[in-house]
Design a protein. Structure first.
Ligand SMILES: [Zn+2]
Ligand SMILES: [Zn+2]
Length: 223
């Protein structure tokens, strides 16, 4: 077994990527005070119930809860190692970090089934796994893989913000051969990072158009 010697953050000897002391510095969003009722983002002084993003637009999902701030330096680095460098150890650590927050928040949703945002075939091939599904498996959450994703033509990060929404249409589709009837079902949709909410919004639209009763979303991290 490969044993790493030092915490990537503070450099002390550690058998895991990040030492206990640094891991304990990571604070969940639930400790951040007042958050947007729609998307879970911590609110600025002048924002009342909703953040600026949510007061200006309509989402198909009812509510999003995010667990940890993506702006946290330690989270960001662990996510980068996991998603972009494919370091599974980092994914395992992330699943441990979010475990308690995940289950205490999931309890507050009413749902019939849980699904997650799919990876494209290209990134599945490249990375070998879907990072959201990977973490959910580590948390031993029962999920249904309801959705597929078209081939990537451009990375979302390469698009301007206003291009993303247009681009995202037609990216996702419902897998019809799975034998799961979503009609009149309450669905909890899970993704790793909430940025603009466009992906979750588009998938929620598809699920609702196919008869789902309502959609709530949960994301591990909030950008
Ligand atoms: Zn450390
Ligand atoms: Zn919001």
């Amino acid at each position: 077994m490969f044993v790493r010697n030092y915490c990537f953050n503070c450099g002390v000897v550690s058998s895991t990527l990040i030492c206990e002391k640094c891991k304990n510095k990571i604070k969940p969003l639930s400790l951040f005070g007042i958050r947007c009722k729609r998307c879970s983002k911590p609110l600025l002084d002048y924002e009342i119930e909703y953040c600026e993003n949510c007061s200006n637009r309509k989402f198909y999902f009812s509510k999003n809860i995010s667990l940890f701030p993506y702006g946290d330096y330690l989270i960001k680095n662990l996510v980068k190692l996991f998603k972009f460098d494919g370091v599974k150890e980092s994914g395992i650590l992330l699943s441990e970090i979010i475990r308690n927050e995940f289950f205490s928040n999931v309890k507050n949703f009413e749902f019939d089934l849980i699904t997650y945002v799919p990876s494209s075939k290209d990134s599945l091939k490249e990375r070998g796994f879907n990072p959201v599904e990977f973490i959910l498996k580590k948390l031993k959450v029962n999920t249904f893989n309801l959705l597929g994703r078209e081939k990537h033509f451009k990375k979302q990060s390469e698009l301007l913000l206003n291009e993303r929404e247009r681009f995202i249409r037609g990216q996702y589709y419902l897998l019809l051969n799975k034998g799961v009837d979503i009609r009149n079902k309450k669905i909890l949709l899970i993704d790793d990072i909430f940025t603009s909410g466009n992906t979750l919004n588009e998938i929620s639209r598809i699920l609702l158009e196919n008869g789902a009763l309502n959609i709530n979303t949960l994301t591990f991290f909030r950008d």
